[in-house]
Design a protein around this ligand. Sequence first.
Ligand code: ZN
Length: 405
Amino acid sequence: MNKPPVASLSGTNLEFARSHNRRVVMEAIRLHGRLTRADIARLTALTPQTISNIASELQKLGFLNALTPERGTRGQPATPFVINPDGAYSIGLQIDQNMMVAVVVDLSGRIRGRCTLAVDHPTPAQALPLVRDVVETLRKSSDADWSRVLGLGLAVPGPFDVEGLSAVGPTALPGWQDLSIAQQIGDAIGLPVIMENDATAAAIGERLHGVARTFRSFTYLFIGTGLGAGMFHDGHLYKGSGHNAGEIGHMIVVPDGRQCPCGNRGCLERYVSLQAAYEALEIGDLAHATPQMLLDPSPAARARLDGWLDEAAQRLRQAVNILESMLDAEAVVIGGFLPSSVLALLIERLEPLHTSVAARRNRQTPRVIAGLAGHDTAALGAAALPIFDELNPNLGVLLKADAHG
Ligand SMILES: [Zn+2]
């Protein structure tokens, strides 16, 4: 039942509305797992005719599968729709100071191929041939239909285009702060490339696949070599005027505190970051330090880790207080490259949290939640970028109340 072309309406607006409604339907099914047309109508306020058209279209595109019809309590048997994992794929690439992690995921978010490469503070020019190799390795080793790859999401440490903060210190990755790099990489690999800072990419990953699936507003703290935050407000990513919202690593939490390479003293990431943990553990060769070194079971190393956790928790507690007070989000999610056991210890030590507006009586979830941990986090989030771009609607329209308000 395809709708005939409507020549009398403006093509641009009509196409915009169509693609928007397509995203709304995909997002509803993605969030709920399986939905009939009637379920979708109930959730989205779209008309049954519109939903029928979109569902057929998405089925033809291969994004949706129709299951065997179910007999309901009354009326015709209803066909449930589910996401077709093989409908599309996406590549996520995370580049940091020491490592390149690439994954290919399917439309359901499952990892279908993975490739890692040790690097040493690569410039974009040095990374370009490596990226080409990594993508080629993924293509050969995964079972994904490469003609259905939507694009590549690239996650790198921010901030972008800022004087003074971008290219200094061990938590920076010089040369990557120019957003036009995405175009160069795209030309090299022949796929669209979307670039984001690693914290924002990981926040999207949590929103699509992780603990933040049901949150409309949440703050995400990404503990990488440095520290950054990603923010969702009312279903939308909040990026800031220069793509740098959430660059809280250089927020001063200890006046006259530890010297930071940025020139300030007492920046948050001098206390809460892998770099700070490595320094506390007195790891000599910082260029080759890995998160697994934090799991060193020797008594001396454990005592140092303990000392770091105590101090980091104290500073992080203050940051959580600021973020809760400013953003009034549903929760603060903390993830990144810390080993999950270490992340759990850090979150445990945040208690008791400072009193803030987040201490609501009717809370359904804890104020601070552990997100995905481990080195795939940002790559998985980056892989979500092309899919997110393709599928994510203004989530507000998923709720009738909002659509009418
Ligand atoms: Zn600083």
